[in-house]
Design a protein around this ligand. Structure first.
Ligand code: Q9C
Ligand code: ZN
Length: 353
């Protein structure tokens, strides 16, 4: 399969994230991608390419998924941050004030001019630092996702967007969970726009793909399925429950399969079969897999117990859907093993095809 590499990913390199009242080193680090690349060097899965997507094409695709005011916010966030205080040039951007849901009386209909306040409108956690190169890195990453979708539209069986920052927590107008632009949603929308009438997204990251769910929640043409740690105990906490089935025209086109912290591969695999059955029942003609490897037993921030060898089985099962498939690189914070696990999955997929 063709692999689209985000050569700008290292421009996004947060130093610290807020965790329970203190600043801790970021988990979402450039070395994650570098390890995948190194493992692909040892066990090549296909040609490594740079995406060839022009700025105008990219902007149009971003606007299919994200709101214009949010894109504008991201484009100028770093400049706005430094304009608040020149000393900010030495600090990553993090929100620290939020409006709460509107039922509490705070207004979100009048975007504040104060940048710290605007950060709280668009960001839903204090764990996703933004810096000078974030916008460039995220844009190039989105281009990778679009190029991968283009490859599949051109007849390829599969393609992989090897990019960071990840994307599946980012919504129409919000960032969080280390995500800024929703690469998987961009790929799914590109597949729709390229002629696939029904597209499925099957998110295997440890964390619920809240951004993707929200983007497609009221749509009947894109099925969103997510297997993840139960939000009652796991991030992102406020979405991802089994009773979220879609709304309006999208009623029935969202499936959440939350599993308790501590789940091992046997039970996880049962959920995968349920997810794949839903994809088949939906009648999708193309599949997007937000590929999080934070289900790994050694992951420092997650609670499932998949082993490295299991990822080959996962890849094989995904191939069993028989659909042209776009993979996007999402979570996975056991840095030393993330490359092995990612390539095991891709290899398992490739072997089964
Ligand atoms: N400091 C993805 O896997 N923080 N995002 C959890 C640890 C948020 C994960 C607490 C985890 C976000 C793409
Ligand atoms: Zn995750």
């Amino acid at each position: 399969m063709k692999i689209f590499l985000n050569a700008d990913h290292h421009r996004h390199a947060g130093r610290q994230e807020m965790f329970r009242g203190r600043m801790v080193p970021c988990h979402e680090v450039p070395a994650r991608l570098d390890h995948v690349l190194a493992e692909l060097g040892r066990r090549p899965q296909g040609e490594l390419l740079s995406p060839a997507i022009g700025d105008a094409t990219l902007d149009a695709a971003l606007a299919r998924v994200h709101r214009p005011d949010y894109l504008q916010f991201l484009a100028t966030a770093w400049a706005d941050w430094v304009a608040m205080d020149p000393a900010n040039a030495e600090r990553d951007v993090l929100p620290s004030v939020w409006p709460l849901p509107s039922r509490h009386g705070f207004r979100t209909d009048t975007p504040p001019a104060n940048f710290a306040a605007r950060l709280g409108l668009y960001g839903f956690d204090a764990g996703s630092p933004l810096m000078a190169g974030t916008w460039a890195a995220a844009r190039s990453g989105a281009a990778c996702a679009l190029a991968a979708a283009g490859e599949v539209l051109g007849g390829a069986r599969s393609a992989f967007a090897l990019t960071r920052p990840p994307g599946h927590h980012a919504g129409p107008d919000f960032f969080g969970g280390y995500c800024f632009l929703n690469n998987a949603a961009l790929a799914a929308q590109a597949l729709r726009d390229g002629g696939h009438h029904r597209v499925a997204v099957l998110d295997v990251d440890y964390h619920h793909g809240n951004g993707t769910q929200t983007i497609f929640y009221e749509r009947a043409d894109v099925l969103t399925v997510s297997i993840h740690g139960d939000p009652r105990t796991e991030y992102p906490f406020f979405l991802g429950h089994a009773d979220e089935r879609g709304a309006g025209a999208g009623e029935g086109a969202n499936l959440n399969l939350p599993l308790p912290r501590g789940t091992g591969f046997t039970d996880w695999r049962v959920a995968l079969d349920t997810a794949l059955q839903a994809v088949t029942n939906f009648g999708a003609s193309a599949l997007v897999v937000p590929m999080g490897l934070d289900t790994f037993e050694g992951d420092p921030i997650s609670g499932f117990h998949l082993r490295s060898a299991d990822y080959a089985t996962v890849g094989q099962a995904l191939a069993g859907a028989g659909l042209p498939t776009v993979f996007t690189f999402e979570g996975g914070y056991a840095v030393a093993e993330v490359g092995i696990n990612a390539v095991n999955l891709l290899e398992g997929f490739g072997r089964a095809v």
